[in-house]
Design a protein around this ligand. Structure first.
Ligand code: PBG
Length: 333
């Protein structure tokens, strides 16, 4: 009787594709590029020196000079763009500083454009940094965020920011109709070429905590009547569909790491680029864990950003943008 052939398990050896750094590099499905990363930057009115943030190691509120240096550095490193958030000295109920052509955000745009040599300058289009109650819109007589009155202010703010030279406006307020209203306001003022980055699926997240220190937010309470409920994924697709119909040029999901399923679902259906924002609390978690030695900082940062790309985002806003761009350059990418 013939002996039966020796079983030849394993039948396949996927490990062969992992044998050396060179092979792994050859077959990597996802790569980070500096051009896909957007560097958020904070600029504060009335500062004489950059001010370090206690909750975000290595991140500062910039002065004009340090902002221009950071923008020039980002451009030199090949980062894809910068995203500006401004901290005014004074706030009021309607966020007047947001529509002031000489306000801190409009000024910061001019400074960044001057220093950036063509680097895309994205400006935050939202009222929360400018209102004394800290909400993203104006309030009605009962203290609720008034959607349609807010759209009027966004339209005016958009004209001011585009007039200051912003290439892209990041519509982050989560008001219904904000993309359509802003697009119409921009077009009517001759700013047809100013892009709208829609924070299409923006969740009411605890992971924005450190950002509120960075912009000295006045908010008491939460934003749950306008930002999305973390329980809902399908709703993100509705928000994206509306923003696309209203003319969004780029759609963004925020936060990123806790919403990778949403990033993937949006990227699968969006006919425009999908962005994701790795937010301040996600940044702070990695930094805190790395500071204790619990995780290796650089490896964890690259893994986190790679995961966001793998999920389908082609643009990633991250506080590590310039640093990662430097690593990529060192590694010869
Ligand atoms: C609102 C805005 C926020 C962030 C970006 N734009 C805060 C919020 O919605 O409360 C958070 C960004 C971060 O946490 O890194 N203009």
């Amino acid at each position: 009787m013939l002996a039966s052939p020796a079983p030849s398990f394993p039948v396949a050896r996927p490990r062969r594709l992992r044998t050396t750094p060179g092979i792994r590099r050859l077959v990597a499905e996802t790569r980070l590029h500096a051009a896909d990363l957007v560097q958020p930057l904070f600029v504060a009115e009335g500062l004489t020196r950059p001010r370090a943030l206690t909750l975000m190691p290595g991140v500062v509120q910039h002065t004009r000079d340090s902002l221009q240096a950071a923008v020039a550095e980002a451009a030199e490193l090949g980062v894809g763009g910068v995203m500006l958030f401004a901290v005014p000295e004074e706030r009021d109920a309607v966020g007047s500083g947001a529509v002031d052509p000489d306000g801190i955000l409009a000024q910061a745009i001019r400074w960044a454009v001057e220093a950036g040599d063509g680097l895309p300058v994205i400006a935050d289009l939202c009222l929360d940094e400018f209102t004394d109650h800290g909400h993203c819109g104006v309030l009605d007589e009962r203290g609720r965020v008034d959607n349609d009155a807010t759209l009027e202010v966004y339209g005016e703010m958009a004209r001011v920011l585009a007039g200051a030279g912003a290439h892209v406006l990041g519509a982050s307020g989560m008001m219904d109709g904000q993309i359509g209203a802003t697009r119409a306001a921009l077009d009517a003022a001759g700013h047809e070429d100013t892009l709208l980055l829609a924070y299409a699926a923006k969740y009411a997240s605890a992971f924005y905590g450190p950002f509120r220190e960075a912009v000295e937010s006045a908010l008491v309470g939460d934003r749950r009547t306008y930002q999305q409920d973390p329980a809902n994924g399908r709703e993100a697709l509705r928000e994206v569909a509306l923003d696309l119909a209203e003319g969004a040029d780029i759609v963004m999901v925020k936060p990123a790491l806790t919403y990778l399923d949403v990033v993937a679902a949006v990227a699968a259906v969006a006919s425009v680029p999908t962005a994701a924002y790795l937010v301040s609390g996600e940044f702070a978690m990695v930094e805190a864990a790395a500071a204790t030695g619990a995780i290796d900082r650089r490896t964890a940062i690259v893994e986190a950003l790679t995961s966001v790309r793998r999920a389908g985002a082609s643009v990633i806003a991250t506080y590590w943008a310039a640093e990662v761009a430097r690593w990529l350059r060192e590694e010869g990418h």
